[in-house]
Design a protein around this ligand. Structure first.
Ligand code: 5GP
Ligand code: MN
Length: 331
């Protein structure tokens, strides 16, 4: 989005905020740090303006993010629509990824705002602030909140940091920009405790996560040329180890980190038999979002995902074949 277009969308959002009192803010199912962080960041800023804000997530706040200030106000959707005039979706590439119950909860909204950094987002809002060049939705929100001179209470400050830190692999990925670091500096000047927030985010795992790692390592497989590595998690293993959905968050980075690997894939069998596929590319020549789109998924060029029918062996065969083709073509 160019600067003029961004300024135009900012002013549309400012008008919607000024003209309404009640908001429901949602994000995608199986929320990550950028999803919950973006909800909290915008939610607490609007609350500080005196607005009524409902923070709803289909799956609630994962245990690993419960440390976030204010996260207790994010609830699973009630069965009835809430009294909110404006629905805001953050970090969510497609409307159905908000979840069926969240969509019911937002049923009374007259205006939809869609704020996201997924290039595959089809702009399903009445107002759409979509910027695929930003490393996290949290950074889009930081820039919006600054531009509109909205308040930045502690919850918003910390949530922005967690959102951007988790979506950039701790400010490491190529999507990280000078603006990202400038934002970090600004948040620290505003009182953010870097040591504590990073310890809470990254050094606070349940023991079962290591047991999960051990189980995954037992399924590790790599193509003959050493470029395509993958592992799988069966539903039975999740039951045996009493896993929570977010226990596997970020583990795919272990196989992506192997020298020579261009693409890493994580196959997970969900309750009910569907397969969740998580893909990471280390090679700009291999766009995993394009592969995801072939199977109804989406995401970013270097990090994308799919929910597809099982059984595991078939899903694996199809996705690995498509990836093999994409890697051979170098497209
Ligand atoms: P992850 O592998 O961490 O679950 O997701 C990587 C990226 O792909 C995220 O940006 C996420 O939003 C996107 N993504 C993951 N799963 C799906 C999916 O089933 N559908 C779509 N459209 N995007 C997905
Ligand atoms: Mn994100």
């Amino acid at each position: 989005m160019n600067m003029e277009k961004t300024a135009e969308v900012y002013s549309e959002i400012a008008k919607v905020i000024a003209a309404h009192e009640s908001f429901i803010i949602m994000s995608h199912v199986r929320p990550d740090g950028d999803a919950i962080g973006s909800q909290l960041a915008l939610g607490f800023s609007l609350k500080a303006m005196g607005k009524t804000v409902y923070l709803v997530n289909e799956d609630g706040v994962p245990e690993s993010l419960e440390f976030m200030k204010g996260s207790e106000v994010v609830t699973q959707p009630p069965s009835e629509p809430v009294d909110a005039d404006v629905a805001i979706a953050v970090d969510t590439a497609t409307k159905p990824r908000l979840g069926e119950n969240s969509l019911v909860a937002a049923g009374k909204a007259k205006v939809w705002i869609n704020i996201d950094h997924h290039i595959s987002n089809p702009c399903y809002g009445d107002v759409n602030l979509i910027d695929g060049t930003k490393p996290a939705t949290g950074q889009i929100l930081y820039e919006l909140i600054k531009a509109l001179e909205m308040p930045i209470p502690e919850e918003t400050r910390d949530a922005i940091y967690v959102a951007v830190s988790t979506d950039t692999g701790s400010f490491q990925y190529g999507s990280t920009t000078a603006e990202t670091y400038e934002m970090g500096a600004d948040l620290i000047r505003q009182g953010l405790d870097v040591g504590k927030i990073n310890a809470d985010t990254y050094d606070n795992h349940p023991y079962r996560r290591l047991e999960l790692m051990r189980a995954l390592l037992n399924t590790l497989d790599i193509s003959a040329d050493g470029q395509l590595a993958h592992w799988e998690l069966l539903h039975q293993t999740q039951v045996d180890l009493k896993l929570q959905p977010d226990d596997s968050e970020g583990l795919i980075d272990l196989i992506r980190g192997v020298r020579g690997v261009r693409v890493a894939v994580f196959f997970e069998e969900l309750d009910g038999g569907k397969i969740r596929v998580s893909m990471r590319s280390k090679d700009k020549g291999v766009n995993v979002c394009e592969v995801a789109l072939q199977f109804g998924g989406g995401g970013h060029a270097l990090a994308a995902g799919i929910r597809m029918p099982g059984p595991m062996v078939e899903a694996k065969a199809k996705v690995l074949a498509a990836l093999g083709e994409s890697m051979a073509g170098g497209n």
